[in-house]
Design a protein around this ligand. Structure first.
Ligand code: NDP
Length: 303
């Protein structure tokens, strides 16, 4: 093994795969399956109450259709019900808001996911703000973000939460460690900073973005590096501290297919642990959506 895994706890009893360079592969597909399986057992142990995730999709965007179908499939595997509302792209803003209001009022619906982005011309903020924190299983509304900042009960956004689950599962220490998050969106980067830095997790977090100078020097100090910029292959070996845990959130569609922000081949030789792309953070987003939906049912007094 050439890479140090000093920051990743040794688990000699596991069969974690390693890259050629010795980095532990943080396998999101596998952990997703484990979490969905565990969730199904919890649902069954609770007597299989009807807990329902409603998905809302406006328009005919093909990747969005694929994402929504994947969410419904995983909900079924977890023992959760799902309901899909497909809305024609010619609907008005008021019609979409009416549909979401109905789902909010519906006691048979516990989680609401509005697939983003909405087609051009729609105001997503006005739709999202209708969803109360308990049903906001995507964790993306202003109120959910406020609750995360204030450390109040609520749902954290699924992608950064998935990163946290990978760190936990693969024994990556966070307390007192240095973390760098590249990207400052409200969808990923900002909540990631909050989750890594919150009490109990206790990383010391730096937020990098497109105006950060000497990015490689900044990321090179990170024990935990989360790349969420959406710039294909921008994180190379020179950006990574030996032994660091590197989590790739970015997704770019290129002529070579879908690629992440992390140049896997060079980084895996330096990192202590790394997520593959695909099969890293993406599947974890869906697993966390299911966990949030189950948690929503508890918040709504269903179980
Ligand atoms: P945004 O475009 O909203 O944000 C990108 C962030 O990256 C911005 O803060 C931007 O800085 C920063 N950035 C852009 N270029 C650079 C650069 N060269 N150096 C440093 N920082 C840079 O994207 P999202 O946060 O919504 O998504 C990020 C990526 O994650 C995308 O590829 C998206 O597809 C993917 N994604 C993946 C998910 C998953 O499940 N794995 C789920 C959600 C998103 P600035 O603010 O200065 O412009």
């Amino acid at each position: 093994m050439t890479a140090s895994v000093g920051r990743v706890a040794a688990h000699s009893d596991t069969d974690w795969a390693r890259t050629d360079g010795g980095a532990i592969v943080m396998d999101g597909n596998r952990l997703r399956d484990t979490l969905i399986d565990r969730l199904r057992q919890k649902v069954e142990a609770a007597g299989s109450p009807e807990v329902c995730l409603a998905t809302v999709l406006v328009g005919e965007d093909k990747p969005s259709q694929v994402y929504v179908r994947a969410k419904q499939k995983k909900a079924a595997e977890a023992g959760l019900a799902s309901r899909h509302v497909g809305i024609d792209g010619s609907a008005t803003q008021a019609e979409i808001e009416e549909i979401v209001r109905d789902l909010v009022a519906d006691r048979g619906v516990h989680g609401i996911l509005v697939q983003l982005p909405l087609p051009e011309g729609f105001d997503a903020e006005r739709v999202l703000e209708l969803i109360p924190p308990a049903k906001d299983v995507d964790g993306l509304t202003e109120r959910s973000m406020g609750r995360l900042v204030r450390d109040l009960p609520g749902h954290a956004p699924c992608t950064p939460l998935g990163v946290m689950r990978l760190l936990e599962h693969y024994g990556v220490a966070t307390a007192g460690k240095t973390a760098v998050v590249v990207g400052r969106s409200t969808l990923v980067g900002l909540p990631q900073v909050l989750l890594l830095g919150r009490k109990g997790t206790d990383a010391t977090v730096t937020l990098a973005h497109s105006r950060t100078s000497e990015l490689a020097a900044v990321t090179g100090r990170a024990d935990i590096l989360v790349a969420a910029a959406g710039v294909a292959g921008m994180i190379t070996a020179e950006h990574v501290k030996p032994g660091a845990a590197v989590l790739d959130v970015g997704i770019s569609r290129t002529a070579d297919g879908i690629v992440g922000d992390v140049d896997f081949d060079s980084v895996q030789a330096v990192a202590g642990a790394i997520t593959p792309m695909p099969g890293g953070t993406g599947p974890m987003t869906i697993a966390c959506l299911m966990e949030n939906t189950w948690a929503a049912a508890a918040m709504l007094g269903v179980r």
